[in-house]
Design a protein around this ligand. Structure first.
Ligand SMILES: Nc1ncnc2c1ncn2[C@@H]1O[C@H](COP(=O)(O)OS(=O)(=O)O)[C@@H](OP(=O)(O)O)[C@H]1O
Ligand SMILES: [Mg+2]
Ligand SMILES: [Mg+2]
Ligand SMILES: [Mg+2]
Length: 397
């Protein structure tokens, strides 16, 4: 029975559900426990740890960031796009989204020590020639905050924006809590006017404990059959999951909440699969060979970003295959939110050898070859097909 919620004195910002018998002792620091029975009771209680406050803040931050991105996508100018050192694009919306999420999380959760692992940093924005861009980002952030009626915050200065972006430089790791953010996942899709996602997750002791995926261009209805006419009111999804409580989807305006589940098919022939839109991000020939071995009949569904994890979590497709080209290192922000959204909806995400994804090693996911996602029942056949196709590819080189 959950009788009350109090702050965990050891981990600020985390709540424990406690029964009345152990309520009194925990209001003092744990160090003062003299009775081992009380200590055991508190340890047991921590099993039902709740991240409700963090989830509410994450949903607010991702929804507002989505609003900022939608505004930019509507009026996309060439000058809004820069190129990073690795030649991938970054837009005023990537920076604005990161500044906004960073600012809101810190404001909404003042009692938590704040650590954020995020994709972007302010180095390029601090250059002389980026002054106009920085002003535009700052205006966008302030306009978005004002549009939400956040009258209790004074407008951010350009320096505030740079600092909020650079708060994302944390290295993450296996200890403590760390937010993980991709301010726009699928920037190329964003620039094309296609799918993208604002992906935000929380790690606690190296495990993903909550995730939010805002997908402004994803229809609320299944994308499995693509021919239906979709009105603009029926586009824009927010997926969210907290460990142990399932995955939910709602409209980006906050209405129409539903619990979602992955596709339950046990028959690989009936399964359809998702992969990256960009062949540069995932080897399409390899996924096609795997699909052939499984007997999959449907053509691949190619969409950008972690919108793939969102669509998979509600059963629009049954499998997600991702095989980057040799040498590419996956980043945790490209998968953390999607991973828990799918896992809480009943799916499994592993590397190509079937190992669980490990988010505790810092900014990178060190894994074997690729990432595969499916329901539990399809996993054994999928793993077998993946291993065979990988062997064939290796021997043909
Ligand atoms: N070479 C290479 N290989 C694999 N992955 C790469 C590569 N380059 C980039 N990226 C990352 O892919 C992120 C976009 O996600 P997707 O691949 O799912 O989207 S897409 O369909 O290809 O657009 C994309 O995320 P964003 O940079 O946030 O858009 C990148 O982190
Ligand atoms: Mg990028
Ligand atoms: Mg990304
Ligand atoms: Mg990104």
């Amino acid at each position: 029975m959950v009788a009350s919620i109090v702050q965990n004195p050891l981990k600020l910002g985390t709540t424990l559900h406690l029964t009345p018998t152990i309520l009194a002792p925990i209001s003092r620091p744990l160090l003062f426990f003299s009775n081992p029975l009380q200590l055991r009771a508190v340890r047991r209680a921590s099993v039902s740890m709740s991240y409700d406050r963090q989830l509410a803040a994450a949903k607010k931050a991702a929804s507002l960031a989505a609003r900022l991105c939608q505004k930019v996508q509507k009026a996309l100018l060439q000058s809004d796009v820069q190129s990073k050192f690795d030649r991938t694009p970054v837009t005023v919306a990537d920076y604005g989204s990161q500044a906004l999420v960073s600012f809101i999380l810190e404001k909404e959760l003042p009692s938590m020590s704040f650590s954020l692992v995020a994709e972007e940093d302010s180095e390029d924005l601090r250059k002389e020639e980026a002054q106009g861009t920085l002003k535009r980002i700052t205006d966008l952030v302030n306009e978005t905050l004002a549009s939400d009626g956040m009258t209790d915050v004074s407008p951010l200065s350009e320096e505030d924006v740079l600092v909020a972006i650079d708060n994302g430089k944390s290295e993450g790791g296996p200890r403590g809590q760390h937010w993980v953010l991709d301010p726009i996942d699928g920037t190329k899709g964003f620039l094309r006017g296609d799918q993208y996602a604002i992906a935000l997750a929380l790690l606690d002791e190296g495990k993903v404990v909550l995730g939010v995926l805002a997908c402004p261009n994803l229809p609320l209805a299944s994308i499995a059959s693509r021919n239906q006419h979709i009105s603009k009111d029926d586009v824009g999804c927010l997926f969210y999951a907290q460990v142990g409580t399932g995955t939910y989807m709602q409209s980006l305006d906050g209405s129409r909440e539903t619990k979602v589940h992955v596709c339950a098919t046990e028959t690989p022939e009936e399964a359809s699969f998702f992969e990256s839109f960009e062949a540069e991000h995932s080897m399409h020939d390899l996924s096609s060979s795997i699909a052939k071995k499984l007997g999959v009949k449907a053509p691949p569904v190619r969409i950008d970003s972690q919108a793939k994890y969102g669509a998979l979590s509600r059963g629009d497709g049954a499998i997600y295959l991702r095989f980057p080209h040799k040498g590419y290192r996956e980043k945790i922000w490209d998968h953390a939110a999607g991973y828990i959204v799918v896992a809480e909806a009943g799916g499994v995400a592993t590397d190509a050898a079937g190992n669980p994804l490990d988010f505790s090693r810092g900014r990178y996911l060190d894994l074997d070859t690729g990432i595969i996602v499916a329901n539990q029942k399809l996993m054994p056949a999928l793993l077998k097909a993946v291993q065979e196709s990988l062997k064939e590819k290796a021997s043909s080189l």
